[in-house]
Design a protein around this ligand. Structure first.
Ligand code: KMH
Ligand code: ZN
Length: 307
């Protein structure tokens, strides 16, 4: 298995060693190349464990996936949790236990989802921040979500953002559509900079009802972001690879994981989150932008030390 070493080098994957060194790519810190932040979204709220047995749904499975993904090159974990029946839940005690367990077993930045499932109440989604994660997702508008609606009304976005500022949680602004970028500008103009002072966005592309996952749309979305913002991109389902490649080409960062795709290739189910991170890390190394370590990501994102 290819692994990203602590200094950013890729080991164990000779076919992907393409830098000036014949053996291994030099770390970004030596070459001065920009590094690639890789976020893993291992679970999500949509896939069914019975249909996707490799989906991590218990705390043990989640921690195991987190460790493997860290070794493969991830620096951030975007977390949704499940109950004992593997159904999505926002149970606060479980969320707190999850944050602690991930902190104890990895140095990943722990980003809790405030999006939850489309059936979750706005109140429960707001309360996620009480689990004291390092970071959280913050979706910047309502979007059709397949046959459902992922509701993010403006007053909720405002309240959630104000609460991140109060509690010192770093938000990642989720952009499912171009109008969400306009809402992000409005939010920053109304309430000021996020905790940590840096704006980081994730373009979620290819959701049925949101923006499509192609290079032209990615370019337009990036142009609509606030100046100085960094961004990653996520392609859902068959948009996974086009978005990953377009994001690398455009200088962006990456989010991958079984929340977004359960197929590694046509007809070949994903066997675990680590192989998605491994593929992203290998492509980032090919692009001579090796994976960023969590400590480097903390600096970029303005995430403080452990609380
Ligand atoms: N599960 C989706 C309805 C987020 O995590 O912030 C929303 C979602 C976004 O996954
Ligand atoms: Zn999510």
């Amino acid at each position: 298995m290819a692994r990203v070493l602590d200094d950013g080098r890729l080991s164990g994957h000779p076919s992907l060693m393409t830098s000036s060194s014949p053996a291994e790519p030099l770390p970004a810190v030596v070459t001065g190349q920009a590094a690639t932040l890789i976020t893993v979204a291992p679970t999500g709220a949509e896939s069914d464990k019975a249909a996707v047995p490799a989906l991590p749904v218990t705390l043990g499975e989640l921690v195991g996936a987190a460790k493997q993904c860290r070794a493969a090159g991830a620096a951030v974990i975007h977390v949704h949790i499940r109950d004992d029946q593997a159904r999505p839940t926002l149970d606060l005690a479980r969320l707190k236990d999850t944050v602690l367990a991930l902190r104890e077993s990895t140095d990943l930045i722990v980003q809790l989802s405030t999006g939850g499932a489309v059936t979750d109440s706005l109140e429960d989604r707001l309360a996620v921040l009480d689990a004291a994660p390092d970071a959280c997702s913050l979706t910047c508008g309502t979007v059709n979500f397949g046959d459902e609606v992922f509701a993010n009304p403006w007053p909720f976005i405002r309240d959630l953002y104000a609460r991140t500022q109060e509690l010192g949680v770093v938000p990642e602004f989720e952009i499912f559509d171009l109008g969400h970028a306009a809402t992000l500008h409005r939010l920053l103009a109304d309430l000021g900079a996020p905790h940590g002072g840096h704006v980081h966005c994730d373009l979620v592309m290819g959701v049925p009802g949101g923006m499509p996952g192609d290079a032209a749309t990615l370019t337009a979305a990036v142009a609509a972001l606030p100046e100085g913002a960094t961004w990653s991109a996520t392609g859902v389902g068959r948009a996974t690879l086009p978005v990953l490649l377009a994001a690398l080409a455009a200088g962006g960062h990456l989010r991958v994981g079984m929340e977004d795709t359960t197929s590694f290739a046509r007809g070949r189910p994903v066997t675990g989150n680590a192989e998605l991170v491994e593929r992203a890390a290998a492509l980032a190394c090919l692009a001579q932008r090796p994976p960023m370590r969590p400590d480097e990501a903390r600096v970029m994102l303005g995430v403080n030390g452990r609380r």
